[in-house]
Design a protein around this ligand. Sequence first.
Ligand SMILES: Nc1ncnc2c1ncn2[C@@H]1O[C@H](COP(=O)(O)OP(=O)(O)O)[C@@H](O)[C@H]1O
Ligand SMILES: [Mg+2]
Length: 376
Amino acid sequence: AKPELLEGFLNFRSDGIFIGFMRGNNDVKVLLNPEMLLPYHVAVLGATGSGKSYAVGVMVEELLERGMPVVAVDPHGEYKWFSRENDNPEDVERAKRIGLTLKGFPTTVYSLGEEEGRKLSIGISDLNPYALAEVCDLSGAQSDLLYLAFKKVDGEGYGLEELVSAVKAAAEEWGFQRNTLMATLRKIQALNEFVFFGGNVDVGGLVKPGRLSVLDLSGNVDERVRRTIVGVVLEKIFTARRRGEIPPLTIVVEESHRFAPQGAGGYCGSVLRRIAREGRKFGVTLCLTSQRVAGLDKDILTQCGTKIILRIEGAYDIEYLKPILDYASADDAERIPLLPTGTAMVTGMATRMPILVDIRPRRTKHGGGHQAFWKR
Ligand SMILES: Nc1ncnc2c1ncn2[C@@H]1O[C@H](COP(=O)(O)OP(=O)(O)O)[C@@H](O)[C@H]1O
Ligand SMILES: [Mg+2]
């Protein structure tokens, strides 16, 4: 087919989001219309090593280039490399061939430890009772006590001491058993040991035009704590956006099944579900990756208007995907296990029909774990 014809048919726009080239028609640039892509969220699915993070990196570059803010939830510490230009020899060569200039983008890394970047800090008053009950692993009775105590603390800026007094007062008032009180206090006071509890979340600092903020969650942290941190930060961002305090933004969540597991409930999952449902009203885009398609909350997955599918080998995962691959046929699905690394099937709102895309080289340095390993 003629390139112009295809472009018209697929809704591309000359100023669109440039993710790569049509496979088999390599003179056709894939330029996704941001108005069809961003309001409806994006799911990037595929096996480990299939090229998900690389493809997300390409989209993030396009958003930053347009001056949009991006926040990335990064469990593996891969996104800190975004400040550097791509120095991978093969990528550099490919970029030269297509006339793509390499560069890094303004990046701020927030991490849990002290070692690098800024410290990801959460104040005790950033935690609502649901988050607090979850991060402290409270039982039913202990959670009840905590909810009652929360009615006694002043909404903004209270500290641990104030919360402890409120728990004691609520236990007295409602006649809770002494061992419930003691266990609740012990678990709440253990929060003091977590290194990341400090000043309140700085949403204004996290969301800046044309800047990538990385929540680097690598390191030795309990998974429940990690999930709670993400829930708290994303809820703060979403609230600030609803109040118009920050600009529209994109939130990347790597390994999203870990933060919103299917059928598991939980605080962080509920925050992500809400953003998936209401984000488009407020200009908040989710870009979610997962290598465990069936493990990601199904409501969230179906809210994603565009799916970028990389190689998936498991027959079970492909069967699971078929009903949600809007526009794609069973024949299309058969091709998913055969996709080479870095080639995606894009389907959904952003392209009227499923297309195969060779993802373009990155301008920035890719921090994916496999590269250094297999280059040796
Ligand atoms: N579009 C691409 N162009 C060039 N290399 C790629 C591309 N996509 C993936 N790769 C290579 O494959 C490796 C794994 O990709 P990555 O995106 O990290 O996988 P995952 O799906 O696990 O996130 C990368 O380190 C990179 O070397
Ligand atoms: Mg990855």
